[in-house]
Design a protein around this ligand. Sequence first.
Ligand SMILES: Nc1nc2c(c(=O)[nH]1)N[C@H]1C(S)=C(S)[C@@H](COP(=O)(O)OP(=O)(O)OC[C@H]3O[C@@H](n4cnc5c(=O)[nH]c(N)nc54)[C@H](O)[C@@H]3O)O[C@H]1N2
Ligand SMILES: Nc1nc2c(c(=O)[nH]1)N[C@H]1C(S)=C(S)[C@@H](COP(=O)(O)OP(=O)(O)OC[C@H]3O[C@@H](n4cnc5c(=O)[nH]c(N)nc54)[C@H](O)[C@@H]3O)O[C@H]1N2
Ligand code: SF4
Ligand SMILES: [Mo]
Length: 669
Amino acid sequence: MDRRVVHGTCPHDCYDTCGLTVTAENGRIVRVDGDADHPITRGFLCFKVNRYLDRLYHSERITVPLKRSGPKGSGQFQPVSWNDALQEVGSALRRIVAESGGQAVLPYSFAGNMGILSGSSMDARFFHAIGASELERTICTASTGAALRWVYGSQLGPDPETIPAARLILLWGTNPMATNVHQIPLLDRAREQGADIWCIDPLRTATVERYGQHLALRPGSDYALALGLAAAIIAQGQHRPDFLERYVTGFDEFEQVAQAWTRERTLAATGLDGGEFDRLVEQLAAVRPILFRTGYGSQRQHDAAKTVWAISCLSLLVGSPQDVGGGHLASNGDAFGLNWDGLTRPDLRTSPVRSVNMLKLGEALLTLDDPPIRALIVYNSNPAATAPEQDSVLKGLARRDLLTIVHEQMMTDTARWADWVFPAAMSLETLDLHTSYWHRYVQLSMPAAEPLGHSVSNPEFFRRLAGAMGWHDPAFTASDEDLIRTALESDAAWMQGITWDALQQQPVQKVRLDPAVRPFIDTGIPRPDGRFNMAPLPVPIAPKDLSPLEPDEFHLLSPSRRETIKSSFGNVASVVKEGRPELLMHPDDIARLALTAGAWVIVYNRYGETRMQLKASRVPQPGTVVSYAVRWNIAAGGSNVNQLTSSTLADYGGGATFYSARARVRPGV
Ligand SMILES: Nc1nc2c(c(=O)[nH]1)N[C@H]1C(S)=C(S)[C@@H](COP(=O)(O)OP(=O)(O)OC[C@H]3O[C@@H](n4cnc5c(=O)[nH]c(N)nc54)[C@H](O)[C@@H]3O)O[C@H]1N2
Ligand SMILES: Nc1nc2c(c(=O)[nH]1)N[C@H]1C(S)=C(S)[C@@H](COP(=O)(O)OP(=O)(O)OC[C@H]3O[C@@H](n4cnc5c(=O)[nH]c(N)nc54)[C@H](O)[C@@H]3O)O[C@H]1N2
Ligand code: SF4
Ligand SMILES: [Mo]
């Protein structure tokens, strides 16, 4: 028997970027385990990837190119050969570019596969060369990124391996029991060593159940809370003038904005109890080190970037970056320093192009002109289910004159709208390089088996598309190994020694940044004046999310679901057990509206409506309802919660506002 064990890397859009030990027998993967030697993964995986073989060898995996054979959206396709498909698609794209220019082509992709090669290599070269409209990848963390760059100059945070040294931890808008399970042992260790852990979350999550101290604030009121805490700390003289003097600019302007948030006003805005507010102020003044662990749940609102700015300033006010174990951990995305220009080759673009914010997909497909979008190429993403303002997205995808090309592993809601579906390999079948947005390990992911059927990796798909365009420049024929070598040609001091050869020897390499080195304090603050910037963002300071609910209106939250990753795994029966879309509502609201738990309801607002089964739950407080993100439309009667979310952009950085949604509920049938 041919048995093979290789190091893989979990490709999903998750903080943990786990190391995997993948076993194949006779060319078929038979086991996927957590890498026992990986310092973060430590031999265990999450609920969903523990069932990975069910996704890998799912009966619905796409293994051959498919050409639409029925009306758009019907899901009817016929298999075709790669050669025929490429010939037809190549000539259609060439015609569109000749008639309307490259900008008539729109790529749409996100982080379905977080591999560097899968997300930003040959694909980017292809779109640069064709002169396509550029997609702004804003759907997830844009507001955080923009605010962090404003305050700190980059997206660097403390090493998560220092978490056990913290003595006060604020889990702010994050639910690691669902989304970041490898943080739990680190938090547990901190708690064992005496840390207080607070959860700042409108919902009573599994993380709240585990750690107890809960600030159940009103959705979207974090900006008020952060400024109110800051004002109280300044008023009590508990801020750190020495630290501020030495490292910070813009304190006076910050103080002016914060001062408006008196204790009374903050409690009214957030709905919090005065006792718990005072206790947190006391701890922020007295305890060290303090870790501000902000997730992405408090930055999917209109006031998103302001909120991240305010929390960052609060963390500076108490001098948190000074202590190992303290600081602000939102992202470590800039800890790596790969050679992005070499990988993505912006020089292949011959003239400037317009950019399209991915949150505006529906609008772009329906209204962009000069030129209109004539071809849409989707990979690593499932916008028919995950993009906001779904009604307009679906109308855009239904356009009969739109050429839609989807590279996918499964027949997703988006793939069903395609004219052409090309089979995508699974990451465990391909070579890739991974970093993480949370921890600091670089990893190689080795193929454990050949791609199933005729499926190909993302870089191979774009190599083939480039060939179909008639491009044979070495930029489009570079091998996966060439691309990884290019990515690793880095000037960054932290990347020295992390080479192709080193990764062959040891596929898990930590960036050369000692955990005891304090971000910014020891590494320098990469801003023009070398100081942290507390000055307000260049946007109106008044909050938008605090406007009162209308009668019978609810805050509608749709945070991550433990069992899936956004829509990924949504078709895996062993993972998504209950077949129906659920709406969680507090029993008091169910009684008040005379609804019936277990019955079908219609959830609606000005953007659209969708049908769900009502579930009584004390996860939300009265006034808030929850539908975890996100169901496949096809499994939920043709639509999901994104019928109700808006494509309005957040205050700064072009980010999403999924959690500012408001909706009403009526009985359904
Ligand atoms: N199992 C699982 N893991 C995942 C994902 C998944 O879908 N499933 N998704 C992955 C992706 S794409 C991402 S971006 C990350 C996100 O992971 P997280 O950073 O944890 O973010 P979310 O799941 O968006 O929301 C986290 C929490 O924020 C809370 N929240 C909502 N509104 C507010 C608010 O106004 N204020 C505050 N303070 N909290 C609020 C929600 O109730 C939720 O409990 O997780 C990744 N990991
Ligand atoms: N209501 C609501 N909507 C949300 C959110 C929310 O909290 N609430 N969260 C938002 C967030 S944070 C995010 S990040 C987005 C995520 O939204 P999407 O980017 O749509 O992510 P997924 O739903 O995981 O879909 C990824 C797709 O990529 C495919 N894929 C995986 N690997 C590969 C590969 O190697 N090659 C190719 N070609 N395809 C591959 C998978 O099969 C899957 O269908 O959703 C957003 N939508
Ligand atoms: S989804 Fe996250 S926790 Fe699960 S295996 Fe992948 S990286 Fe690890
Ligand atoms: Mo995300």
